[in-house]
Design a protein around this ligand. Structure first.
Ligand SMILES: Nc1ncnc2c1ncn2[C@@H]1O[C@H](COP(=O)(O)OP(=O)(O)OP(=O)(O)O)[C@@H](O)[C@H]1O
Ligand SMILES: [Mg+2]
Length: 276
């Protein structure tokens, strides 16, 4: 993919190595892609192909003692690779939000959802507690989360995985980040919750113009959600295409294989087609 001025996020020649006892080993290499405003870029590939390593590199969450990240990662023209932790902490959450597979890990069990929601807002804005609470409730209402006042009083363990993931996404959306990285956001959820979460991501994209990097091994999810898709195998991008092109006319052997072996797209996952 060419570097494009319209890209909000751009990754160029990303190369990640992990230091080992006898030298170093490459985890991902020659990674190039960009995401335009309001677009969803799907990232697919089998387990171990380097999807999470790529997303953690963008977020600069690798342990720099063990990992060597080379290449350029720009967010609206600003280089992120090599930024100090302090700077990166300001960017994470505010400009790039991260939604992970297991929402339980994103919350601390001992505080209410409201406390964590409000503290997150306060740590990235100048809002006071009352204003932060109002923002949290407004956003939860705008994304159709039921009974936000009650939700805020709950502890994480009192909510289902699906509901927690939706709260997590509302939290991510309320600071209107330019990019959301969602790494397998629906994998741990039942089918109904998967649909709600995907709809929510799509609503946020259209409402706020957020660009989304959607990582999934589920081609059903990717086909419904993404504008463009990159396919990874063994730490490299093997194919980049518009989503319709990829499904109609996969070029790379690995993509063809992936499409042939998609297990659930036309069986139980079919509801995506008419429910989204
Ligand atoms: N901190 C690390 N140290 C050493 N190797 C790592 C580290 N993190 C990831 N790897 C290796 O890098 C490769 C890519 O891993 P990654 O987690 O990116 O895969 P993935 O595509 O996200 O897979 P999955 O679909 O299972 O989530 C794997 O071989 C993994 O073992
Ligand atoms: Mg992963």
């Amino acid at each position: 993919m060419e570097v494009n001025d319209r890209d909000i996020l751009n990754v160029k020649d990303l190369h990640v190595q992990v230091k080992t006892d006898n030298g170093s080993s490459t985890l991902v290499q020659d990674i190039n892609f960009g995401i335009e405003k309001g677009k969803i870029l799907g990232l697919v590939g089998e387990s171990g192909s380097g999807k999470t390593v790529t997303s953690m590199s963008i977020l600069q969450l690798h342990d720099k003692k063990n990992m060597d990240i080379r290449g350029s990662i720009t967010l609206q023209g600003r280089e992120l690779n090599g930024l100090e932790n302090k700077e990166m902490r300001k960017i994470r959450g505010k400009d790039i939000a991260f939604i992970m597979q297991n929402p339980m890990n994103a919350f601390t069990p001992v505080f209410t959802i409201g406390h964590q929601f409000i503290e997150t807002i306060k740590s990235h804005t100048l809002l006071n507690k009352k204003q932060a609470k109002k923002l949290a409730i407004d956003v939860m209402e705008s994304v159709n989360l039921p009974d936000p006042y009650k939700l805020l009083k709950n502890y994480p363990f009192q909510l289902s995985g699906g509901m927690l993931q939706r709260v997590m996404i509302a939290m991510a959306a309320c600071l209107q980040p330019s990019v959301i990285i969602a790494d397998e956001p629906t994998t741990a959820l039942d089918l109904h919750s998967q649909l709600l979460v995907l709809r929510l991501l799509d609503k946020i994209r259209s409402e706020y113009g957020t660009s989304i990097l959607l990582i999934s091994h589920d081609l059903g999810v990717i086909s419904e959600m993404a504008d463009d898709v990159i396919v990874m195998q063994h730490g490299r991008i093997v194919e980049t295409a518009n989503v319709l092109e990829l499904f109609d006319n996969p070029r790379h052997e690995y993509t063809k294989k992936l499409l042939r072996t998609r297990p659930t797209l036309y069986s139980q996952k079919q509801p995506y087609t008419y429910m989204l």
